[in-house]
Design a protein around this ligand. Structure first.
Ligand SMILES: Cc1cc2nc3c(=O)[nH]c(=O)nc-3n(C[C@H](O)[C@H](O)[C@H](O)COP(=O)(O)OP(=O)(O)OC[C@H]3O[C@@H](n4cnc5c(N)ncnc54)[C@H](O)[C@@H]3O)c2cc1C
Ligand code: FES
Length: 396
């Protein structure tokens, strides 16, 4: 009798197990795991190294802060959105990965401190310590090599800290011995503004397909390299035959405006050039199209309708027109009101917000997705409010 009961229990347990297996087929878990590894909603990173690479820039290395999770893979040229909490302000900024995607044991970024004019960059350079944990997005961004369209003659043009995505690309090409013809034109002010100079010179000296040209606009008398700005003539001189090459340009907004004119005269087809602005616009009131009657200190009201734990809330704050709306919303430190963000350049659409009413300004080179424009969504990271404004916010 006792033996029969034992047998019965074993059979019932077995049936339950089979039922469970049928409800959750094995492949289901595997796919979710793969998707989550490739596109984690957030990553926890642990700082393992901080190194000054010139007077205002630090290279910061991270490993995964969760021993059970590996760092998400990325394509050379992509960035991560780094999240921070500075005196109660939840914010973040995009930083391109400078490490090679070949080595996923760590991520490395290089942060140029904007000093007293900066916020997150200054915090990362001054306050971050080895052993600290920070949150980041998955790797994002569209600045990377496309094997179908880009060919194998690549021209990288960087201004200042715009060098970072190219560092990852060049490291990747060098380490893997890829057969690209790379022309890397790196423009900055003086010798002391150069970063990664020794490593780039070394890679170029060992690999005949990598051509590295640092170009200084205010060099010392002893500088033996190229001088001045990166112009159409200089591109022609250094790259040689400009036809068929793929151009990637990353730098501050004024440099990109200048280079757009230079490329016009070179007759390079628009689809052969890819652009990324980095760092952000320092004074929006000086950009093309800004309404002259709106001063830098112009204050307006912003009404925010949002929801937390199923409860609808309304808040009203005062914001200034010359600051991106997203910065003002974060600066207000409204408890529970945390907007999603990653690029802060209008590209990722994470901060998509419903505009109920109000006028706003978006810099002319920012491209907002057609669907968002047509359905009344704004991207507060690149929207500067001009009149009293009302928005509806979807929080995390
Ligand atoms: C795709 C991409 C890749 C990038 N890669 C790199 C990179 O590799 N390396 C790098 O150095 N930079 C990179 N950048 C630029 C970087 O994301 C930051 O924009 C830059 O570091 C400057 O950030 P910041 O916060 O110091 O300055 P800003 O973004 O100019 O911040 C200053 C602003 O912060 C706000 N602020 C100031 N004080 C407060 C406060 N108390 N409360 C709330 N808000 C306040 C104000 O709006 C102020 O104008 C990249 C940008 C992009 C878009
Ligand atoms: S944060 Fe990427 S579009 Fe606003």
């Amino acid at each position: 009798m006792f033996k029969d009961v034992k047998k019965f229990i074993t059979i019932v347990r077995g049936q339950k197990y089979i039922q469970l297996m049928q409800l959750e087929p094995r492949y289901h878990d595997g796919l979710n795991y793969l998707a989550e590894s490739l596109h984690p909603r957030r990553q926890i990173l642990k700082v393992t190294e901080i190194l000054s690479i010139n007077y205002n820039t630090k290279a910061i290395r991270f490993v995964s802060g969760n021993p059970k999770k590996e760092l998400a893979p990325f394509r050379a040229g992509q960035y991560i959105g780094v999240k921070v909490d500075i005196d109660g302000v939840h914010t973040g900024r995009a930083f391109s990965l400078v490490s090679s995607p070949n080595n996923l044991a760590y991520y490395e970024i290089a942060v140029k401190s904007m000093g007293k004019n900066g916020f997150v960059s200054t915090h990362l350079c001054n306050d971050l310590k080895i052993g600290d944990f920070i949150e980041a997005t998955e790797p994002l961004g569209r600045l990377y090599y496309n094997p179908i369209f880009h060919g194998n003659k690549l021209v990288f043009i960087a201004g200042g800290i715009g060098i970072t995505p190219f560092m990852s690309m060049v490291r990747n090409i060098y380490e893997r011995g890829l057969e690209f013809e790379v022309y890397f034109l790196f423009g900055c002010l003086t010798e002391k503004d150069l970063v990664f100079h020794e490593e780039l010179s070394d890679m170029a000296s060992k690999c005949e397909n990598i051509h590295y040209y640092p170009i200084l606009s205010e060099p010392s008398d002893s500088w033996a390299g190229e001088r001045g700005f990166i112009s159409n003539d200089l591109i022609r001189k250094l790259v040689g035959n400009i036809d068929g090459a793929m151009y990637y340009v990353v730098g501050p907004d004024p440099m990109l405006d200048y280079l757009r004119e230079q490329f016009d005269s070179l007759d390079v087809p628009v689809q052969r050039i890819t652009w990324e602005v980095n760092p952000p616009i320092s004074d929006i009131t000086k950009t093309i199209g800004w309404p002259h009657d709106i001063s830098k200190e112009h204050k307006i009201k912003c009404k925010i309708n949002w929801m937390t734990h199923g409860v609808k809330k309304t808040d009203e704050i005062t914001v200034i027109s010359s600051e991106p709306l997203l910065n003002s919303l974060e600066r207000a430190k409204i408890p529970g009101l945390i907007l999603k963000h990653a690029c802060r350049g209008g590209e990722c659409a994470f901060c998509r917000t419903n505009l109920i009413k109000g006028e706003y300004f978006v810099p002319q080179n920012v491209v907002i997705r057609k669907g968002d424009r047509e359905h009344g969504f704004i991207h507060p990271c690149v929207s500067y409010p001009l009149s009293d404004i009302e928005i509806e916010v979807y929080t995390n």
